[in-house]
Design a protein around this ligand. Sequence first.
Ligand code: PNS
Length: 168
Amino acid sequence: MANNASRRLVAIYPGSFDPLTNGHLDLISRGARLFDRLIIAILTNTQKQPLFPFDDRIQMIREATSQFENVEADSFEGLLIDYAARRGANAILRGIRAISDYETELQMALLNRRMRPETETIFLMSGEEFSFISSRMIKEIITLGGDVSSFVPEAVAARLRKRFPAQR
Ligand code: PNS
């Protein structure tokens, strides 16, 4: 068994990322400092109807996170803990913006812990300047023709301009 000095900390940062926001990017940059490896994992078999196809979402993530050497983007379907086991991850990273996030996040973390105690969920508080940003609201603004360039990384904004040319 690896001793503490040689143990690698691998975390999964799961989500829909539809699309990636500045809040996600803030969490990724802080996660990249904490963990040896951070795997951003896009859930593909979601019941939510995504605005962006999977290929766009993973491409936007790769472009926006290319500066982090220990960060990769991947996809998963099925249970998150099974994916974490396949990837040899010891942690799941999630962000909490406000108390309203807490209830769902607590429920997911406790269910995941009961199913696979080896994987700890680690919560980071979102940066306060991003605490009001959510992919759901960003999608609404995009579909109503608003400008979201101050809420998303430049790589995402550039792709949005191509995909939704009517955007202000
Ligand atoms: O960005 P989101 O939509 O808040 O992410 C939710 C996500 C992907 C983390 C969650 O829905 C998930 O882990 N789904 C995978 C299925 C699963 O493992 N469900 C049991 C956990 S309660």
